[in-house]
Design a protein around this ligand. Structure first.
Ligand SMILES: [Zn+2]
Length: 123
């Protein structure tokens, strides 16, 4: 692999997409889809063994530009789901401010940091 470009984000994305297509092609048994999967693998190998680093880098940057428009939204969603495991999210009854409370503390009195309203909840 000396002097070769190797695997970048675009290559990994194509391989993941290819795996999904392979599973799909197993289910629907399409020759066209099988050929397309093989073509994607060939493209990945061509990219990984390429010595034209500047062109592969340019392609990867274009890919990252488009994927970064979508990815921050999924990152935020993943973070929210992670938070739900360890915390309860309550809304203040008067001002609707979201308040994060650790789980497993029993019945507690919560004071809203925004409007100082107090309410009791189970955590
Ligand atoms: Zn409040």
């Amino acid at each position: 692999m000396t002097g070769r470009y190797g695997a970048d984000e675009l290559t990994r994305f194509i391989l993941m997409f290819d795996c999904l297509l392979m599973v799909l092609s197993l289910l629907i048994r399409s020759n066209f889809l099988n050929s397309f999967c093989i073509l994607l693998i060939v493209i990945c190998y061509i990219r990984m063994f390429s010595k034209n680093h500047s062109q592969r880098y340019k392609e990867n940057q274009i890919f990252l530009k488009y994927i970064n428009r979508i990815y921050p939204k999924t990152d935020r969603l993943r973070y929210k789901l992670k938070q739900r495991v360890n915390y309860h999210i309550y809304k203040c009854p008067s001002c609707k401010q979201k308040i994060r409370i650790p789980r497993g503390k029993g019945k507690i009195s919560i004071t809203c940091p925004k409007c100082r309203n107090e309410f009791i909840k189970h955590s």
